[in-house]
Ligand binder design. Structure first.
Ligand code: SAM
Ligand code: SF4
Length: 474
């Protein structure tokens, strides 16, 4: 893949996706049961898998092997991450777009799409509404357009952090937008962003070319693949990768994601913070060949395999999926979900979920309110968490630390999940959710052994209940 002239790539930009090698890995014979056992054991021993090992898990499709992969992923999730689920909400800032991605309602050739960009007052109103429901973590989403420069994105980020409503505040702003140049990444970093997410969409070159007309900005595979290298070089070391499942063979995309993780890990010493695996959803005027559609079973398999392949990376399942599927995949891999999401511009204060296709980038599968999602999590024994402590204390690479540092979760993650949960229960929860939350809090506290850390946590919880104190973290 050639670099184009007059385009800024990272210092050693390289196309590390080898379609032929991936195809060959996927064509190899079925692995023996003993090989699967060894690979699973390696992952449970907290080691990332290489491409060959991941491919073996992808090829192993007899029911016994598949069951062992699910079981191992469940065990890894339980052992390493415990029962916390981090919650966030998307905030769409602008639907203008110069690209023409075949799967997206915002594509430039879609005359039916409603084009709108929120001004800073409108951003403020959306954020207030999100804060009033209890959100603390947002991801801002943008089309790709000259109006959405790095300066514009940075300004939106600063505006979000400034909004305060009662006890409400946004403590972490992530970004999903087009790849920037080095100066651009520096600018958004300075505005205080958390994760910068860019999805490669497909790691299969011919499919990428089919989906993204070559004359568009996004048509340059290497520029996009290299986007997060530029982010790293500019000092944004908290990045998220993703693939849009349904464009090509899901097994190929899983290997692409693993190759991308390994590349970042090898080159910068830090892998991606999160991996996303959106499945293609119906969207205004979009007609995509259903040949590569991923069914529910394979979707669950791909998440379990990713859990094992990249054990120290957060996995995100968005509200594109239905409540039933989201509930299922949290068992064996997913650690972050969005809730109460609206993706039409202005959707948190205006129409709510109008389900009008022209206004949305795609349609959602889970439009339940945040309070309902939290209640279900609590009833299922999860701790909903709004924790932002690591990022604010400069403890970057928190997923890696959770994984690699013995006792990290007990010392930091669980207490912070519980304090942020209590904030939610006190300030925003419905009576039923509060009841379910208090019961879970009690159960979780009973499991913490007596000692100084528990005393400290109890003290924080008392302070929160006392009234005005908020945002107490470890
Ligand atoms: N314009 C930026 C970009 O393309 O990177 C921002 C991302 S876009 C607003 C967010 C993501 O939504 C895309 O990266 C793509 O993976 C996903 N997406 C687009 N169309 C979709 C569809 N029909 N169903 C599900 N996800 C879709
Ligand atoms: Fe634009 Fe992003 Fe949609 Fe592509 S996926 S058309 S770049 S908003």
């Amino acid at each position: 893949m050639k670099k184009l002239p007059n385009i800024e790539y990272s210092r050693h930009a390289v196309d590390f996706i080898d379609d032929q090698r991936i195809a060959q890995l996927l064509r190899s014979p079925q692995p023996e049961a003993s090989r699967i056992r060894d690979i699973v054991a390696k992952s449970l021993d907290k080691q990332a898998l290489d491409l060959e090992e991941t491919a073996a898990l992808l090829r192993a499709d007899d029911p016994e092997a598949v069951a062992s992969v699910f079981e191992a992923a469940r065990e890894l999730k339980r052992r390493v991450y415990g029962n916390r689920i981090v919650l966030f909400a998307p905030l769409y800032i602008g639907s203008q777009c110069v690209n023409d991605c075949q799967y997206c309602a915002f594509r430039s050739s879609n005359p039916a799409a409603v084009r709108r960009t929120l001004n800073l007052d409108e951003v403020g109103a959306q954020v207030k509404s999100l804060e009033d429901r209890g959100h603390k973590r947002l991801i801002l989403v943008f089309g790709e357009h000259p109006d959405y420069s790095a300066e514009f994105i940075a300004e939106a980020v600063r505006a979000v952090y400034q909004v305060r409503s009662g006890h409400g505040e946004i403590r972490r702003v992530n970004i999903n937008a087009a790849p920037l140049d080095l100066a651009g990444f520096r600018q958004v970093k300075a505005a205080g962003i958390g994760t910068y997410q860019i999805f490669q969409e497909t790691y299969h070159h011919p499919t990428y070319a089919k989906m993204h007309p070559p004359k568009t900005r996004k048509g340059d595979f290497l520029y996009r693949l290299d986007g997060l290298d530029r982010a790293m070089e500019a000092g944004c070391d908290d990045v998220g990768i993703g693939a849009l499942f349904g464009l090509y063979d899901w097994r190929h995309e899983v290997l692409g994601l693993v190759a991308h993780s390994l590349h970042l890990q090898e080159r910068y010493g830090v892998g991606p913070h999160t991996i996303s695996f959106p499945r293609l959803r119906p969207a205004c005027g979009v007609r995509i060949d259903e040949q590569w559609q991923v069914d529910d079973h394979d979707f669950q398999r791909l998440i379990a395999i990713l859990r094992l392949a990249v054990p120290y990376t957060g996995l995100i399942c968005t509200a594109r999926e239905t409540p039933a599927i989201r509930r299922r995949v949290m068992e064996f891999g997913v650690s972050q979900i969005d809730a109460g999401s609206r993706i039409e511009l202005g959707g948190y204060t205006e129409a709510g979920d109008s389900q009008i296709m022209e206004r949305e980038q795609f349609s959602l599968g889970d439009i339940r309110p945040l309070d309902t999602v939290i209640r279900e999590l609590l009833q299922d024994g999860y701790i909903p968490s709004f924790c932002t402590a690591c990022y604010r204390l400069g403890r970057t690479g928190e997923h890696f630390m959770e994984f690699a540092i013995p006792g990290f979760i007990k010392r930091y993650c669980t207490p912070n999940a519980l304090t942020t949960l209590l904030e939610y229960l006190l300030d925003y929860a419905s009576p039923e959710t509060r009841q379910a939350g208090e019961r879970l809090l009690e159960r979780e506290l009973a499991e913490i052994p007596d000692g100084e850390p528990k005393q400290l946590l109890l003290e924080r919880l008392r302070e929160l209940r006392g009234g005005e104190q908020r945002d107490l973290y470890f």
